[in-house]
Design a protein. Structure first.
Length: 710
């Protein structure tokens, strides 16, 4: 069965089609051209009908209906029952897929179903019921969708279609909030597929992907209950099952799922690590995974930083999620994700005490959630809205909204449902274990038979092996002499290659931090990253022009080189990364690419050594060298590689700009720091408050001179 004939709801089908839709669209154009050419050469009515039906399925939406109506007309005149049945089914698919007119789609599917029953064609009954269930699901008529799947189970269909239908049934129950029934169907589908995979010598990739999808959906059920420990364990099972296959979608989804568990347990650092893993997988992938998962990753990072009360970082990621979700992305799920993004933005504005903005976003989230039937998002948005009203002392609104949240939450879950979920999970595990034990006994018997056969073979082949060994020994001795000479040449070549590789590695590490260099070598690119807690240092030489007048150009460059080498040796003592030199300015940062809790104190310690070095050199050489100004600021930066040729690792943000202003408004031989840095080091260093000083394009900023260690 082709991928396109599966209904949309089984997650694995969505993922497989989603990752291949770009190449699929290009292939479709070629197929349509071939079918048109074939139609021109076809004379039989039944053959013409078949080609027109295929064109009606493959062509762009604007052309499909004409082809299908022509096929239906020809089939009726020729009394070609299969053509009438297939054309009716495909017209139903057209109204569902292109027009979103689900009622008309159901009417045509029922016509196809009636003909399939009359012809006793099980395959077309299966297709028609699936298509009708698809339409009922889109209309949120879950009862009729489930009835269609029940009819499919009653058909004489193969095991693969049973597994698919059980999975689809689970998705419908999950959308309804009927988690016990959803889990029951997922477990049944999982156990059937598990048996197939165990019994198969070489399970197909599709089977493995479907198993991953079912386990992922089971993990989602536990997360929704919520039971975060079981959910995390199930997401990790997905990672283990995917270890050989390394399917990008499931690597990414399992990282998002584990991150969600940590987020809800308020283990924020662990959550960020998993979300960042998902972001890296998405950014480094060449597959057409669409924008949907980036939106999820970014709004979840926003939620995490919000939990840590880092509102700027939360705002940054929520803004990125909103930009993608409200743009022109091609993913059909982006409108469904908007309520989640609106809810996150509502929380952020509420935390900033911008209550009117928060209420606006949260009301949008509630309204859109009702349209899409996303009860869990609606419940969360209502709870946040209630808390926002409470902060505004709008008690009546807060109570009314909270009651709506409670009613919705209680309708989604009950204690009885949780007990039933536990029973289903244990039963599913027991069934799999029982099957595995029976397979183990059968395998042990098979091994015993093979060992007996192997013993007989070894007895007869022993004499032949001895003779063969004698012949081989003669040839091995001759080749050994040649190989010995070749090994000497190979060894020299390897040593030369190793030396060249070490030189290349050292050159790369002189340009980039080690972690960034590793990412560049592995992926061929480096993603820009946000670092929340870093300290930036700018140094600049005073009277550079005057010193230049005392020295020749060669002497000036040599003096710069001597000073900058000394600076390099000083920062090497600390956890500090040199970024670049621009003319006579020197830029360094602590706190990236790996976090450093002491980023501010280490930068100041290095700055004190740099000032001491330049002052000592000034006493020695007088006007033939420089004094130095140092400016320091702390905050967040974005770091990454710029360009493709002669690339450079660089940092950007207002934090960097303010560090530059600290240097410009400082004094020779002094270390000028911002208020943000002062608050981090005031217990370790003695600082003198300079007051609020005007800085270019920044207004008046509080500044401090560092006097020494406390």
């Amino acid at each position: 069965m082709s991928a396109s004939s599966y209904p949309r709801y089984l997650l694995i089908i969505t993922l497989v089609i989603y990752c291949t839709e770009v190449s699929f669209a290009k292939a479709q154009e070629h197929i349509v051209d071939s079918l048109k050419h074939k139609l021109a050469k076809t004379h039989s009515d039944t053959a013409k009908a078949d080609v027109l039906i295929e064109l009606g399925y493959r062509a762009v939406c604007e052309q499909r209906l004409d082809y299908l109506e022509d096929a239906l007309d020809i089939s009726r005149k020729a009394e070609y029952q299969k053509g009438i049945m297939n054309a009716s089914y495909k017209i139903g698919f057209y109204y569902s897929d292109c027009r979103k007119n689900y009622i008309t789609a159901i009417e045509w599917s029922e016509k196809s179903l009636a003909l399939a029953r009359a012809q006793k064609d099980v395959q077309y009954q299966f297709k028609a019921y699936n298509q009708m269930a698809d339409c009922y699901k889109n209309m949120a008529d879950y009862g009729k969708a489930l009835a269609c799947y029940k009819h499919i189970i009653d058909l004489d269909i193969d095991r693969d279609n049973i597994i698919q239908t059980l999975g689809n049934t689970g998705v419908v129950y999950q959308d309804m909030g009927e988690y016990a029934n959803a889990l029951d169907n997922y477990q049944k589908a999982y156990n059937l597929l598990y048996q197939d995979i165990v019994e198969a010598d070489t399970p197909t990739v599709y089977d493995t992907l479907t198993l991953l999808a079912l386990k992922y959906q089971i993990a989602n059920i536990y997360f929704a209950i919520p039971d975060y420990e079981r959910a995390e364990a199930s997401y990790r099972e997905v990672q283990e099952l995917n270890r050989k296959l390394q399917a990008l979608a499931f690597n990414m989804l399992s990282n998002l799922g584990i991150g969600d568990c940590y987020l809800n347990k308020k283990l924020y650092s662990n959550a960020i690590a998993n979300y960042k893993n998902a972001e890296t997988l998405l950014n480094n992938s060449s597959e057409a995974t669409g924008d949907e998962y980036l939106v999820q990753t970014y709004y979840k990072l926003g939620e995490t930083y919000l939990g840590m009360h880092k509102l700027d970082s939360a705002d940054y990621y929520a803004g990125k999620a909103f930009q993608i979700a409200s743009g022109t992305g091609d993913s059909p799920r982006l409108p469904i994700l908007l309520p989640r993004v609106y809810t996150t933005m509502g929380k952020i504005f509420s935390a900033r005490k911008k209550y009117d903005d928060a209420i606006g976003y949260l009301k949008k989230a509630v309204a859109l959630s009702k349209e899409t039937g996303a009860m869990d998002i609606e419940s969360t948005a209502l709870l946040t809205l209630s808390r926002t009203y409470e902060k505004m002392n709008r008690t009546a609104d807060a109570l009314h909204t909270y009651q709506q949240h409670i009613a919705l939450r209680d309708s989604m879950l009950s204690r009885k449902k949780i007990q039933e979920l536990t029973r289903i999970d244990m039963q599913g595990y027991f069934d799999r274990q029982q099957f595995a034990d029976s397979m183990k006994v059968a395998e042990e018997k098979k091994i015993a038979r093979l060992q007996l056969q192997r013993q007989r073979i070894l007895t007869y082949s022993g004499f032949g092996a001895i003779l063969l060994l004698l012949l081989l020994s003669f040839f091995i001795f001759r080749s050994y002499q040649h190989q010995k000479k070749a090994n000497v040449l190979i060894s020299h070549a390897r040593d030369s290659i190793s030396r060249e590789k070490q030189v290349s590695e050292q050159l790369l590490l002189n340009i980039l931090p080690e972690e960034v260099a590793d990412e560049l070598k592995q992926n061929g690119r480096v993603s820009a990253q946000l670092f929340d807690n870093v300290t930036v240092m700018f140094t600049d030489f005073v009277d550079f022009t005057l010193v230049g007048e005392q020295l020749s150009p060669q002497e000036l460059v040599a003096e710069l080189d001597t000073c900058f080498k000394a600076f390099d040796h000083i920062i090497d003592k600390y956890d500090i990364e040199k970024i670049k030199t621009v003319g006579d300015a020197y830029l360094a940062v602590s706190g990236l690419p790996l976090p450093n809790a002491n980023h501010a104190t280490e930068i100041i310690a290095a700055a004190i050594e740099i000032v001491a070095y330049t002052e000592a050199r000034k006493k020695e050489l007088g006007e033939r060298t420089f004094s130095v100004r140092v400016g320091i600021n702390s905050g967040s930066v974005v770091a990454g590689i710029v360009g493709m040729k002669k690339f450079a690792y660089d940092i950007w943000s207002d934090t960097v700009n303010i560090a530059a202003r600290m240097e410009q408004t400082g004094a020779p031989g002094r270390i000028n720091i911002s208020e943000d840095t002062y608050l981090l080091v005031k217990d370790q260093y003695i600082c003198t408050y300079r007051g609020e000083i005007a800085a270019k394009n920044k207004g008046e900023l509080k500044m401090y001179f560092v006097e020494g260690k406390a």
